[in-house]
Design a protein around this ligand. Structure first.
Ligand code: ZN
Ligand code: ZN
Length: 223
């Protein structure tokens, strides 16, 4: 029995390392793409979708809803398409059993990202009973209040690595390091969060402002 365990131990660790590494690559990819494509003009349609829908559905005035609002402009699935394509290429590198582990871990990580992204914004989520979830939710809400921080959905240590991490309590304070909103606002509950604008220089002019018009749910951003 002892020998059998010793025989399978290296294999078990190999499977574990493959699964964990797959999830970490997925979560880093999500964080990086959220930051680069979701919040910068070079993201094109992704940028416009993310700013004009998710960040407007859930502004700092209203961070939760009874059911998850995602009818239009949800990018989450698209963030993972390139990562999945890279994963397919590993078929030619990894042994079949580890490739299968990777596919399962990839699907589980993808699903977890979808679930967390949804549960953060659903009123009375069942996950609210857990302290770790409430902590993660506050970190995500910090992103909605000040969109220049906390781009991760699950693994916020990636934000620490990218220098974009912000503690939830830091957002309720004096707003240190956060730029003030400029330009017109579209009304209470419709206000875009800080730093939804792009860094200057990418448009050569004023920062982009996302304005939501309730009569035009498919409104395009004003540049
Ligand atoms: Zn965002
Ligand atoms: Zn969100």
């Amino acid at each position: 029995m002892h020998q059998v365990v010793l025989q399978f131990l290296p294999k078990f660790f190999l499977v574990l390392i493959t699964a964990v590494a797959t999830h970490l690559i997925m979560s880093f990819g999500q964080t990086l793409m959220h930051y680069t494509l979701g919040h910068h003009a070079m993201g094109g349609k992704f940028f416009r979708n993310h700013i004009n829908f998710h960040h407007i559905y859930y502004s700092k005035e209203k961070l939760v809803s009874r059911s998850y609002l995602k009818e239009e402009g949800n990018n989450t699935a698209f963030f993972f398409i390139p990562l999945c394509l890279v994963g397919v290429c590993t078929y030619f590198v990894l042994p079949v059993d580890l490739f299968i582990v990777q596919v399962i871990a990839c699907a589980a990580s993808f699903y977890a990202h979808l679930i967390f992204d949804k549960e953060y914004h659903v009123e009375g989520s069942r996950l609210q009973r857990f302290g770790w979830f409430r902590r993660m939710q506050e970190l995500h809400f910090a992103h909605h209040r000040h969109a220049d921080c906390n781009f991760a959905v699950i693994d916020f240590f990636w934000d620490r690595a990218l220098g974009t991490y912000r503690r939830p309590d830091a957002c309720r304070g004096s707003g240190q390091g956060v730029r003030a909103l400029k330009g017109s606002e579209s009304g209470a509950g419709r206000q875009a969060p800080d730093s939804l604008s792009m860094p200057r220089g990418q448009t050569g002019g004023e920062p982009v402002r996302a304005i939501f018009d309730p009569k035009q749910p498919l409104a395009r951003p004003r540049y």
